[in-house]
Design a protein. Sequence first.
Length: 315
Amino acid sequence: MTRNFTLKALCATLAVAGASMLAAPAAQAGTLAKTKYPLVLVHGFIGFDNVLGIQYFYGISEKLRSEGATVYIASVNPSQTTEFRGEELVQQMKQWAAKDGVKKFNLIGHSHGGPTVRYAAGTTPAMVASVSTMAGTHFGSKVADVIGAGTTPGGGFDQTATAGLKLISWLSGNKTTSDTDLLTALKALSAEGAAAFNAKFPVGKPTTTCGTGPEVASIAGNSMRWYSFSGTSVKTNAWDVSDALLAYTGDYFKGEANDGLVSQCSSHWGKVIKDNYTWNHLDEINQVLGTIGKGSPDPVAFYVQHANRLKWALL
């Protein structure tokens, strides 16, 4: 199996999830997720907000809303620098704030969405009540290191993969599709790129290697909560079309605990609530189409539970 196949298959897997017209199940009304400030869900690399009616956070926003939450779903470039994606998020936050009178947001980012929400907190701290990350690429991904090192700029694989990523961006209606670029994103997701970003945005960083960071930390006098979570399983459901691919990329970590794309330690930022859920990288957002492992916690219920945590923290 080649490195070219790896990223093509990854693009195809998420495209399949986006193309399906299955609907999320209906939910009962409640108040478990009724936070003081709205929640913002931010997707990761090769991600999307909504493709052909299917959301990246599959069935999650619907359940959160049914439990009283106000939820915004960000649309950021699927393959760009953290700063580029973060600035897109900031502009959307400002638009939502002006339109709906929102003062602050609870940001939740998956994968590359983790550093993306940290950028928003670092540049507009007065607008952020909390930062929560699921399998955030805070210290990079070995998958990005390996694929990036073996990809020739302007080569056939680079151009083909970038075209696929632009298609995902276009289908989701993102306004910066023309800026989508594979190698730019891989550099940001590498260990070196993550280290450079962390030097500029260090708040919430773990105090020890693979340790935990602060639950409460301030930026420019604005106090906010910081939380992180992740999974450490790879092959979780034989019926899930993504599992074989994630098992392959998981081998890049050479035995280090990971979810197929992000290592357990790389996911740590702020207070680590739990870093070993029996989920892989797509189970963490209830993909592909809700096919998680037998006996694993329900990802949808997890996001409601976390919203309830923020609710009781008066956020």
